[in-house]
Ligand binder design. Sequence first.
Ligand code: GAL
Length: 806
Amino acid sequence: MRTKQLLNEGWQFHLGAIEEPMKTVRKAAAIGGLTAPLTNEEGEVVLTGAGGEHFLRLIAQGERDKGLEILAGTKLTGSIAEKWTMVDLPHDWKNELLYVNEPALLMSGSKPDGIGYYRKTFTLDEEQVADKQVFIHFMGVMRMASVWLNGVFLGDHYSGYSDFSFDITELVRYGEEGTNVLLVKVDTTTGAEGWWYEGAGIYKEVFLEFLPEIRIDRLETFIETTAITEHQAQLKITLGVTNQSFIDQRNLRVRASVVGQTEGFDFTLEALTTTDFTYSQTVSEPKLWSVQSPHLYTAEIQLLLENQVVDIYRQTFGIRTIDYTTTGFYLNGQRTELRGVCEHQDFGGVGVALNKDILRYKLLKMKEMGVNAYRSAHHFASKELLELCDELGMIVMNENRILESSEWRVAELEKMVKQTRNHPSVCFWSLCNEEVIGNTPLADRIARRLTAVLRKATTQSLIVSAELLNPEGVVNESYMSNFDIKGVNYPEAGVNGTGLIAVKEKHPKYAYLSTESASYFSTRGKYKDAGENCQTSNFGSLYSMVLPGERKRGEPGVGGTAYPEEVMQFLEKYPFMGGVFLWTFMDYYGEPAPFSWPGISSQFGITDTVGFEKDYFYYYQSKWSATPMIHVMPHWNIEGLILTEDGRTEVRVFSNCPEVELFINEKSYGKKQAGKEYTTWQVPFEAGCLKAVGYAANQRVEDFRITSGRIADVTINERYSGEKYRLFEINGVDRAGNFVPTAESEVVVSVSGGTIIGLANGNPADLSGYNIQEKCLFSGKLMVIVQEDEGIEPELSTWLKVSDNK
Ligand code: GAL
């Protein structure tokens, strides 16, 4: 049967170039050096280059000991621990580097590129490998990876956004043969793939997979929904089977059990060939996969040889239909407004080294705001992410990294589509984002090829691209015809003049979708622009990305490319756009627009880099959530607020209740019909309690801010508890226990029963870098990411280093 062995723990890591291991060799398996066991590890010892050949000669002459003596004089025999550190995966070495003020690195997060080596030894039992094909899988390495096993060069992998694997069936050692040595060189110096922080290193799982030689072929197995009527669904089921043994196999039977029905096929299969069987099935009263109720089914597929089960493979899938017309998106026949967000894949404090726990935390936070769609910008979504989106009912726009049709890119796209086509969440495939060659004959040729690959591999996703349109509305019709949906970035902002409207007039039959919107700047907890600290106001920044210099509120392009209100009004005015994908849900490292150094992260997020909500989180929630809610801004500490000459300040309330009322120290400032976007008051600042109350049918909700004193202590709240990781929120409080929204004091943190793997405060100009013991609060808060020791409840202790009421 199939088994898996994780190789996530106990890697040796070396940062910086070392003597380059060879990729070719004159004698098999003799690259040696770091690609083979060293003298203080078990197993054979083989040296590189001329030394290696000399050593082999000595062994051949029966003089092994002499060879070892020579070896003892080389630099490879020193203690590995001296030159290498031990790390566990996922690992992002860039996360731990200091920030550098280098304009060329600004967009990628102001950290230098480099070369790192990872080395791991492991042993296998004979039973693990008997009659099995053995694969090693790398779920994500940023970026260029070269891999060696036991003195053999396995290959290179170019992209940091696709997983890859090697068949190591014959090369792997087992039993008495000794230790296996895996060496991975990771290089980010040969060019970035994106214009954002991408990280560096083996940032996702590595595992061995032991598969039966004759087995169900995962990539060729596909369960499609072809139609849904009132009480029935039609499925098309394709079962892939491969015979990777060296002999022709007779008396094979594949048996699939799908939603309570079993189907079987008898066949013979020649050595080293793959085949498939396709059939249709009707499912009565299917439980559909939807946003509200994401039902998943699991098909069990067995392979029998001479009536003995030799493989069992389980495939998760969902039953659902999708359609997109000039009136928007339809899921199972229901028009579903896409309330989407775009997202990169990093997280404060850990860079791109996140596990499924952090991804789940991110997705749950999105759902809390009312998000139903996730655009994996601008690269393939990871397996973990898609599993979670299936489970949580999040529609996914999976994205191809780039509009190129080189042979390897085409092969990679085909693999990634096949690998993800059974995920019901993947409703869309985006082919590219804002390519400068878009809408040209060249782009048309490439898109034709890539969309053909996509359409051949899946019927379960619609194809879109994310375009910046020409202001005069000129499009290359042939290029556009490649896509089921015409994706437009920033249509609300008029980034490129009247692009969308002009195109729509010329091409009323196209189906359009807003693939990227808003890019609205704001810094959590700040209510004034402060350029020197890279801070922008939550009331609407005067910084603009679209127009140069400082602009006034109300002018186009202010605050990024558009205010959230403009985005939502646009959506309301043009429902044919199908919905929105806001740029972005969380702040991410790199791309610190509109600032440069010391900006280290973006400010487009609706939350900061660790998911602490900015005020506009509640704006969107008020639009997208039916549960009565209310949020009042700003904080109620005078420092940090803008006051008019007569001491007044703006208070803004987001609520989905029909009526709202504002109180300062229990004095009412009037009950009002809630404003269409928000409700606002100009009130005299008076220290104490600022309270907003929302009145819905039979329900009253409230939110308040209290003027605090100096910071006196911190509180610890467990914000999220995953399988392995816990997220703890630290809040600065005054003597009375009130939250101090302006606190920036340094906090020292330690944990028992776990390991702190990251600290982050969401400050977009936090140059303090990697430190897992102490960090400053930012706008009163700090996030601690803890990996718990198995079976132990982690306990956090903290103390304030400086209590200066900053
Ligand atoms: C878009 C682009 C994104 C991001 C964003 C910032 O044009 O697709 O990757 O750079 O601008 O506003």
